[in-house]
Design a protein around this ligand. Structure first.
Ligand SMILES: [Zn+2]
Length: 220
């Protein structure tokens, strides 16, 4: 860790002393999400998963959707702690992560990251990495093309657009490794599928996908 990282840790520590975290739901002082509210959130968990290699933990609705939007677009970087806590306390997630060598957060294009000031998935992945002792790497999967937000498009258009968006750097770091791709919302899966494809092509042994949530299409 560089010196800047260390300084940031001290600043965060001091901030926690002066402004201790409060539960995002009930306001209880001491944690970003208290034990009780953490349990309440389990009602949004998805019961079914997409095969052996993909876990989407929550339905992208209600409070989960609101939190992800707040976190991504409303400058609430501290919320990375809430998502990390929810994932770390989830036994299914911990079992799923067993055997992973590297966590790779789905990257943002540089321009978008500069606009936002942070890559939201990386902040969460960094906490997971520290708690679970799995390396996190953001210099391997690089987004080389900026495309329209995926949510504004139809399925076929997404699949076509996503080709050539990601490149793999430092291939030796993933060679024969078990890699975990981490993202916030799984919509059609075209983004994570493409990440998976380029990582396997670059020599990864196995690629799994973990996302905080999945958009479940409603039947009308
Ligand atoms: Zn609470």
């Amino acid at each position: 860790m560089g010196e800047k990282g260390f300084e940031l840790q001290i600043i965060n520590y001091l901030l926690d002393l002066v402004f201790p975290p409060t539960c995002e739901i009930c306001g209880k002082v001491g944690m970003y999400l208290c034990e009780k509210c953490c349990k309440d959130v389990t009602k949004y968990e998805l019961k079914s998963f997409l095969g052996n290699n993909t876990i989407n933990v929550y339905k992208y609705e209600d409070i989960i959707r609101k939190w992800i939007i707040d976190y991504k677009f409303n400058d609430k970087a501290y919320m990375c702690n809430i998502f990390a806590q929810l994932l770390i306390k989830n036994k299914k997630v911990i079992d799923f992560l067993y055997g992973c060598d590297i966590i790779i957060p789905v990257p943002l294009h540089l321009i978008r990251r500069l606009e936002r000031g942070y890559n939201q998935t990386y902040l969460i992945a960094k906490i997971l990495s520290k708690k679970l002792k799995i390396k996190v790497k953001k210099d391997i999967l690089i987004k080389v093309k900026n495309i329209k937000p995926q949510s504004e498009k139809g399925y076929l258009e997404r699949r076509e657009d996503i080709k050539g968006v990601f490149e793999v750097k430092n291939k030796n770091e993933i060679k024969d490794k078990n890699v975990l791709i981490f993202d916030d919302v799984y919509t059609t899966g075209s983004t994570t599928k493409e990440c998976k494809r380029v990582l396997l092509q670059a020599g990864a042994k196995r690629v799994k996908v973990l996302t905080i949530s999945r958009q479940v299409l409603q039947k009308r």
